[in-house]
Design a protein around this ligand. Structure first.
Ligand SMILES: Nc1ncnc2c1ncn2[C@@H]1O[C@H](COP(=O)(O)OP(=O)(O)OP(=O)(O)O)[C@@H](O)[C@H]1O
Length: 473
């Protein structure tokens, strides 16, 4: 066992380097194997071994003296021992434990924003005990261990090509945060085996929890596979648009998403079936489908979220309306439209779903938004009006925009239009969408996500002048 202060974790090389520990110290350590119970006495013996030997540093670790942690002498068996008495053994350093430290810093910052100081204290204490010891192992050196073994099992479905970040680093961060509590069965998606197939296998094999990490395609596919199973789904978003997480109120950063999963609060939300295929967010007909088609992988890699905007602008130029027939439980409507969206849940950025302004994800109903502008200028105005609806909470009020709610909806068009379901192209009209009330169990934050009021830090030449003095808290 190695105190975290004597370690340097290199996630890319998948190695833990040992700092400032000599041969004599290693030989005097209490024996370790996976069966050993790490109780207080074991920990004290361990600490004593590290603190009592002061021989020269083994040059094999290739560190200059200034880089080596200076271990202070202290009485390891003191009755009221606390970890700050041998801070060099237990403190995280910016240089050697950047990932864990960043996670800890972000956790603290988030919770401070929410003014939950008692929660921070609990988290810091909890995290500290996780960080205190690291096992150096030739096979998997990225695993932090805790006195207790993981208590829960989960299948982690991970798309290694999602988004624009470094996926190896992302996976290392996720495992370092979750593995102290979860026995993770990590399964990678491949071009031939996507999240849907992997999640279905995991369901058949009796998975207790399924965690999906990737872009909207991966998250939706995994969610669709668990619809109706009651198996809780954890979500770690790493995509371009992160619509899935935003629509369901799940944090978009990896550390906050992992903390949500560790906290383990579940909520049942509605799902739906579109032409017999599970759907969690929305089905778009017309404009949205064309936009998704244009935002391909290469463009998304180069432009990120902008890819959708670029694709959207291009589509606006080619806007064409089509004859539409919408049938619900109690009526049949015919009209001309340029875009029809059937939404169960949608983030504010899914503008064409925002007619009703507020989409309730647990009301047992689907929301249909119809946009029918007659030219490009009014299309832009309608889209802007819908965006405003999403953020202001007031329903869209333009004559070329309409909406309705129903539990089951059939839509046909003339001519047939492309359909996109949860971000993936799925054939063309007609479609039949049926709500499945409470069909999905999802792991959500204990404290609902709050919308940030403003973010100005970091802008070039930023100057802020308050017209009135800021009110002290
Ligand atoms: N190992 C892999 N190599 C290549 N492609 C993969 C691999 N695993 C999954 N895929 C493909 O990735 C796509 C899903 O990507 P996903 O939505 O997770 O990320 P994204 O496209 O970056 O996110 P967003 O949809 O937010 O832009 C699927 O088409 C799937 O076939």
């Amino acid at each position: 066992m190695l105190p975290v202060g004597c370690s340097q974790i290199d996630y890319e090389a998948q190695k833990v380097f040992v700092l400032g520990v000599d041969r004599k110290q290693v030989e005097s350590l209490p024996a370790y194997n996976e069966q050993v119970e790490i109780d207080q006495e074991y920990e004290e013996n361990l600490r004593e071994a590290y603190l009592n030997v002061t021989s020269a540093i083994d040059s094999a670790v290739l560190l200059s003296e200034s880089q080596v942690p200076r271990i202070k002498q202290a009485d390891a068996r003191q009755a009221n021992y606390n970890y700050t008495q041998a801070a060099d053994l237990y403190e995280l350093s910016d240089r050697h434990h950047r990932v864990i430290k960043e996670y800890q810093d972000r956790l603290i910052a988030e919770h401070q924003t929410r003014q939950e100081k008692e929660v921070i204290d609990q988290l810091v204490t909890k995290n500290k005990s996780v960080e205190q010891l690291v096992v150096s192992s030739s096979t998997s050196s990225t695993q932090a261990t805790h006195k207790n073994k993981p208590t829960r099992c989960a299948c982690l479905i991970f798309n290694p090509v999602a988004g624009q970040s470094n996926s190896e680093q992302d996976l290392a961060t996720i495992t370092s945060l979750l593995e102290p509590e979860f026995d993770l069965d990590i399964r990678m998606t491949t071009p031939d085996k996507d999240a849907d197939e992997i999640a279905k296998e995991a369901v058949e094999q009796g998975a207790q929890i399924i965690i999906a990490s990737g872009g909207d395609g991966t998250l939706s596919a995994a969610a669709e596979a668990v619809v109706g199973t009651g198996i809780p789904l954890g979500v770690i978003s790493r995509g371009t648009a992160n619509a899935f997480a935003t629509a369901l109120g799940i944090p978009a950063t990896i550390p906050a998403a992992c903390q949500t999963i560790l906290d383990g609060k579940t909520r049942t939300v509605d799902a739906a079936y579109c032409n017999g295929r599970p759907m969690v967010l929305l089905a778009g007909i017309g404009f949205e489908a064309e936009t998704v088609k244009r935002a391909d992988r290469d463009v998304k890699n180069r432009f990120g979220m902008l890819a959708y905007v670029l694709a959207g602008i291009h589509e606006l130029r080619n806007l064409e309306s089509f004859e539409t027939r919408i049938e619900t439980e109690d009526k049949v409507i015919t009209l001309n439209a340029a875009a029809v969206t059937v939404a169960n849940a949608a983030p504010p950025t899914s503008v064409l779903a925002q007619g009703p302004a507020e989409l309730l994800v647990d009301d047992g109903l689907l929301d249909v938004t119809i946009v029918a502008p007659t030219n490009t200028i009014s299309a832009i105005a309608a889209a802007y009006n819908l965006l405003q609806s999403a953020y202001s909470g007031e329903v869209a009020d333009r004559p070329d925009t309409g909406f309705l709610r129903a539990r089951s909806i059939k839509i046909s068009t003339n001519p047939p239009q492309r359909v996109v379901v949860d971000g993936e192209l799925m054939g063309s009209t007609p479609i039949e969408v049926e709500c499945v009330p409470g069909g999905l169990t999802i792991i959500v934050p204990t404290v609902p996500e709050e919308l940030a009021e403003e973010k100005l830090d970091g802008l070039p030449n930023l100057q802020i002048k308050f017209k009135k003095p800021p009110v002290a808290n």
